[in-house]
Design a binder for this molecule. Structure first.
Ligand SMILES: [Fe+2]
Ligand SMILES: [Fe+2]
Length: 161
């Protein structure tokens, strides 16, 4: 389920001004997308208390996360870096599995996605001159993540702020 990644202790990322540093971010974020993919697929099966339509929405988001991951991995390969060259860890995936209800999961993952979205926007800005192709990928993902984050207000309208 985690191939071709190498699971281990993720080291500190290298400077963003280097190809290796850009690829350290691409690898980590691609792996976050992979972990989110499984979290959404499993949530759709697991949380029988989900409001009508949410399980289908989760399955749709899962497919979107898979698409984002593929964009990042393609770019990593174009930049000549090996996805398995640096270990990544499963903290994110394990944190999702702590959620006990559909509502918990929806709020928790929405927060995680919002942080991811802000991060992607930041990388898009930081890389726009030095690596516009990678910057464009981050920018497009950030746009698409908005819709994922918004699911929580759509399915739990009275509870979110
Ligand atoms: Fe994503
Ligand atoms: Fe997402």
């Amino acid at each position: 389920m985690w191939e071709p990644y190498l699971i281990g202790l993720a080291p500190k990322v290298r400077p963003l001004q280097t190809v290796e540093g850009v690829c350290d971010r691409l690898r980590l974020i691609a792996f976050a997308e992979r972990q989110a993919y499984y979290a959404f697929i499993e949530a759709a099966e697991r949380f029988k208390d989900a409001p009508t339509g949410l399980a289908d929405a989760w399955k749709w988001v899962a497919a979107e996360e898979q698409k984002h991951e593929s964009w990042y991995l393609k770019r990593l390969a174009e930049l000549g870096q090996d996805v398995a060259a640096v270990p990544v860890d499963l903290k994110l995936y394990h944190s999702f599995s702590q959620c006990k209800t559909a509502r918990d999961f929806a709020f928790y993952i929405s927060d995680a996605e919002e942080r991811g979205r802000v991060g992607a926007e930041r990388f898009a800005e930081l890389l726009k001159d030095s690596d516009p192709i990678t910057a464009q990928i981050f920018a497009q993902v950030a746009i698409e993540e908005r819709e994922h984050v918004a699911l929580v207000t759509r399915f739990f309208p009275t509870e979110s702020n």
